[in-house]
Design a protein around this ligand. Structure first.
Ligand SMILES: [Zn+2]
Length: 483
């Protein structure tokens, strides 16, 4: 008797650890290490990260539009009772993603490239599908199982720990890559949910088609994020077309009952910021300007510059070195020397440190040895007192001899931004334009006089060929020049 109770307890504990749950989409039982309440808690935490990393677009009209489409599809999905959240995040990159627990994000970049509410619904359904089929949860389970064998991960020094964060982005919750089968399943669910939501399920294929065109045209910096995690558009165009006709047949949808809502989509995105927002910093010819912070810096020649909400990152094209500029989160008035001492007290002890004058700003330049995955990297940190703030520029390399002089020169170039033209710069904005007789994209692009948007880009935005005659009265997306 006693024995039986003990076994029962052990079994109970096993079930608690190695939970077995029914997949909401397939109905099959599968081993998961994450319960639904854990999934929701995890989602809530990652939601904070996502909002911080991308920023949220402050436009209630746009947010309401996304909410409305999202809630409509969530209601006809396999997990209608989950508390769903839909957010437009402030990034020019063409991307949409979902995290466990019912959090779905669309960038303003993807909204600009979508051409109807039904297309949006198709991508929305796809992202909802990742959540309903618990793809990320499955992924996490696998990662956790792998970790059981690996033990604890490497702990880097607190100051340079942020670099490991960057390197690991691809395995972070926000940047999960799913398997091909998971993607196919989501494509299928996306079509199903949009059909059930009475949207024309054929529309989403158009967007896959334009993704193909964008990848052919994109030698620019605007790497379509969705494309990098969702390769092979031609295959998806075919597959989603097939699913669409199946669902139209099985739900007996007639043309009149299927909503496209091109005009509503265009109206909702009219006036939205397009491309990089120069107020939050932009690079021009190796120089980086930040009008809000009133700072400028010259990064090493030919390095790739990436501006995120939390950091400006510069990468050697051969990836031999990397720099990262951030605002230090320290009490106001903290001096550079105090901050370097604080870091040392927390375990990041410099090999050497010296005072520096960076264009009239007090600074400390410190050198570090950084333990990393089985080797030691060389680190250089410049801590600069700049307009009542403390700026930190960290550089990491395996080849100090080659890169330290280059990085130091760059760190020393940080200066106050005084150019009024740049200080006053405003973002480009999407504007609807009604075509007139005789209009061509080339002529419209010439009138816009926007160095960042040419006829080719207008063609992609509007899904027309560059030389195509445009029907008078047709609504077109154009991009009003801001800076
Ligand atoms: Zn996907």
């Amino acid at each position: 008797m006693e024995k039986a109770i003990r076994w029962g307890l052990i079994l109970l504990m096993l079930v608690a650890v190695l939970g077995c749950a029914r997949n909401p989409v397939t109905g099959r039982r599968e081993i998961v290490l994450v319960s639904e309440s854990e999934e929701i808690a995890m989602g809530l935490q990652a939601d904070g990260q996502a909002r911080e990393e991308y920023g949220v677009v402050e436009d209630p009209r746009l947010q309401n539009y996304l909410q409305a489409v999202g809630q409509k599809l969530a209601a006809v999905s396999h997990r209608p009772n989950l508390e769903w959240h839909f957010t437009v995040v402030d990034s020019p990159i063409v991307n949409a993603f979902a995290i466990p627990g019912g959090y779905v994000y669309f960038t303003r970049g993807i909204l600009a490239h979508l051409n109807s509410e039904a297309e949006l619904a198709g991508i929305m359904g796809h992202e909802i599908g990742h959540v309903t089929a618990r793809h990320s949860v499955r992924q996490i389970t696998r990662a956790q199982l792998a970790q059981l064998g690996l033990g604890a991960g490497q702990i880097l020094s607190p100051a340079f720990g942020q670099f490991s964060g960057l390197a690991e982005q691809s395995v972070g919750l926000l940047f999960l890559r799913f398997s091909r089968e998971d993607e196919r399943e989501s494509d299928r669910l996306g079509v199903e949910y949009s059909a059930r939501g009475a949207y024309d399920p054929r529309e989403v294929s158009n967007f896959f088609e334009v993704l193909g065109r964008m990848s052919a045209a994109s030698d620019r910096q605007t790497i379509p994020g969705w494309l990098s995690t969702h390769p092979d558009p031609p295959e998806r165009v075919q597959a989603t077309r097939g699913y669409a006709s199946e669902w139209i047949a099985s739900l007996e949808l007639t043309e009149e009952r299927m909503v496209v809502n091109r005009d509503n989509h265009l109206r909702s995105i009219d006036g939205m910021v397009f491309g990089d927002n120069p107020r939050e910093g932009f690079a021009e010819g190796g120089r980086f300007f930040h009008p809000e912070l009133q700072l400028q810096i010259v990064f090493p020649q030919a390095w790739r510059i990436e501006n995120t909400k939390s950091a400006v990152i510069a990468l050697d094209p051969q990836q031999g070195a990397q720099m990262q500029l951030t605002l230090v989160d320290a009490p106001q008035g903290t001096t550079a020397a105090e901050y370097v001492r604080n870091l040392a007290a927390r375990g990041t002890v410099p090999e050497s440190a010296r005072d520096l004058n960076v264009n009239g700003n007090r600074a400390v330049l410190a050198l570090y040895q950084i333990p990393a995955e089985g080797r030691t990297l060389a680190g250089m940190g410049a801590f600069i007192e700049f307009r009542n703030r403390l700026i930190q520029i960290l550089g990491v390399t395996a080849d100090a001899q080659r890169f330290f002089p280059i990085m130091e020169e760059s760190m020393r170039s940080l200066d106050r931004l005084t150019d009024q033209r740049i200080l006053q710069s405003q973002p480009d904005r999407l504007r609807l334009y009604t075509a007139r007789a005789g209009d061509t994209l080339t002529a419209i692009a010439a009138r816009l006089n926007n160095p960042r948007v040419d006829a080719d880009q207008l063609a992609i935005l509007n899904r027309v060929a560059v030389n195509q005659a445009i029907t008078p009265g047709r609504q077109l997306k154009t991009v009003e020049r801001g800076y």
